[in-house]
Design a protein around this ligand. Structure first.
Ligand code: NAD
Ligand code: UGA
Length: 461
């Protein structure tokens, strides 16, 4: 570690999709601070020190390279790094609990609590501890109780600074955020701690975009932001089902309503369903919290957002099977895209996992292609590996296929030579566009039977 004198020593616990990019951005924007990221996963830490980073994110490598070994360091020495730090961001994972009370809905706080206990054991001075992981509202209260009942006479100020970046655009989102939210106790020491964090972000974020609030509003706002975003997708996806029955076109409906400035035009792309590590888990967490406060109507309301998403994934596969003469057994199907969205290699909760498993169950032969997500896809479908083929080349994937299903909106799929692809496929050739990104008219004219989301079916027989 460098011996250079830094103004502040910042530590981040958890070197994942959030910890890595956010801290790299802070380090790149604030050369006066030392930023260290620690993780219990030594492979992850080793990869952050190479040019083959553990996550794919456009522009990330450039930002990491700018700061790495200057003021950005990666380490597995958690205790030693805690001891040195003035400010600690906690960015560990908070997945859905899979066991015991609240299984399937509540957040699993074991990694978070282990971190809190690590902090207390290793600390020898007062520190500011910031929740950056997404957590149930009032978690900071538990954090305060664990940290501030220490017998070392140390004081810990707990803040909430939830992260709003989206994968695939993380660097843009961090560089130019809509807002940064910092929640604190409204006491003198709470406000003093909060101002230190405001000062970090003010190195590059305009002050009027740095919002402060009380701790509970900040924690809850993160869950609510994800719930509202996911709700928009479920809303338009529910309408896509109605469009398919009525010959309305969901793209036209989205445009017509999105031009109303009160509604806005973003997040209205109908799709095979939303994926990603957070929407489902955060909504289910919100549902669980509402249930535990006896707010069952509120819980049911938000739960329906997840239910519509499950319905949309199921509907997509059912349509595929129905249109392919009610059987896909022994048929070759090329899945175009496996990542949960474009520009990431992340496949957590990707609708492609559900679609692939269901088609495998129906005994289809699957070929999976994706520019960045094949390693993760292999892990997700480990149980079926001998029956699967993987290739980065979409032309190879489509060769002798009966159908193509577009599951991720990668730009590369928009501009392929579909005439060439059509020639290489079994006939009748089907294309199921789960992201509505292709030129359907053109594909139909080439000879494909085209099924999209929320648009009239285009078939040749
Ligand atoms: P992740 O799984 O990619 O990374 C978490 C890391 O924490 C892992 O590398 C894990 O090894 C490490 N870790 C766990 N326990 C540890 C411990 N005791 N000490 C040191 N390291 C430990 O998760 P992520 O996607 O970065 O998400 C982290 C949090 O941020 C979650 O609460 C998530 O809801 C939230 N969030 C994620 C995103 C996103 O785009 N992925 C966006 C906003 C918020
Ligand atoms: C989302 C939020 O956008 C971030 O603000 C938040 O920080 C993050 O979750 C988190 O807490 O983890 P992310 O999941 O990375 O970010 O990506 P999104 O762009 O929100 O997309 C989520 C899913 O919705 C993807 O599967 C995407 O394809 C799908 N989607 C998105 C649609 O189906 N239609 C749309 O119009 C938009």
């Amino acid at each position: 570690m460098s011996e250079k004198k830094f103004e502040k020593k910042i530590l981040c616990i958890g070197a994942g999709y959030v910890g890595g990019p956010t801290m790299a951005m802070i380090a790149a924007k604030c050369p006066q601070y030392e930023v260290t990221i620690v993780d219990i996963n030594p492979e992850r830490i080793a990869a952050w020190q190479t040019d083959d980073l553990p996550i794919y994110e456009p522009g990330l490598l450039e930002v990491v390279k700018k700061a790495r070994s200057q003021n950005l360091f990666f380490s597995t020495e958690v205790d030693k790094s805690i001891k040195r730090a003035d400010i600690i961001f906690v960015c560990v994972n908070t997945p859905t609990k899979t066991y015991g009370e609240g299984a399937g809905k509540a957040a699993d706080l074991q990694f978070w609590e282990k971190t809190a206990r690590n902090i207390i054991c290793a600390s020898e001075s007062n520190k500011i501890v910031i929740e950056k992981s997404t957590l149930p509202v009032r978690t900071a209260h538990a954090m305060e109780r664990i940290l501030n009942t220490n017998d070392k006479g140390l004081r810990f100020d707990i803040l909430s600074n939830p992260e709003f970046l989206a994968e695939g655009s993380a660097i843009e989102d961090l560089e130019n955020p809509d807002r940064v939210l910092i929640g604190s106790r409204e006491t003198e020491t709470g406000i003093r701690a909060r101002d230190q964090i405001v000062d970090i972000y003010a190195n590059w974020v305009p002050r009027d975009r740095i919002i402060t609030s009380n701790l509970w509003s900040s924690e809850l706002s993160k869950l609510v932001a994800n719930a509202f975003l996911a709700q928009r997708i479920s809303s338009i996806n529910s309408i896509s089902a109605l469009c398919e029955k009525t010959e309305a076109n969901v793209g036209e409906v989205a445009k017509a309503i999105g031009t109303d400035s009160r509604i806005g035009n973003r997040f209205l792309n109908a799709s095979v369903g939303f994926g990603g590590s957070c929407f489902k888990k955060d909504i289910l967490n919100l549902v669980y919290i509402c249930e535990s406060y006896g707010l069952s109507e509120v819980a049911r309301y938000w739960e329906s957002v997840v239910e519509i998403n499950d319905y949309q994934e199921k509907r997509f596969v059912k349509n595929m099977i129905r249109l392919m003469f009610n059987t896909v057994s022994g048929k070759n199907i090329a899945l175009f895209g496996f990542a949960f969205k474009a520009n990431t290699g992340d496949t957590r909760e990707s609708p492609a996992i559900y679609v692939a498993r269901h088609l495998l169950n129906e005994r289809a032969n699957l070929v999976i292609t994706d520019p960045k997500a094949l390693t993760n896809a292999k892990e997700d479908l480990q149980e079926a590996l001998p029956d699967l083929r993987f290739t980065e080349d979409p032309y190879e994937a489509a060769d002798r296929a009966h159908a193509i299903a577009v599951l991720t909106e990668w730009d590369v799929y928009k501009n392929l030579d579909y005439e060439k692809i059509f020639m290489s496929m079994e006939k009748p050739a089907f294309i199921f566009d789960g992201r509505n990104i292709l030129d359907h008219e053109k594909l139909f004219n080439i000879g494909f039977n085209v099924t999209s989301i929320g648009k009239p079916l285009m078939k040749h027989f």
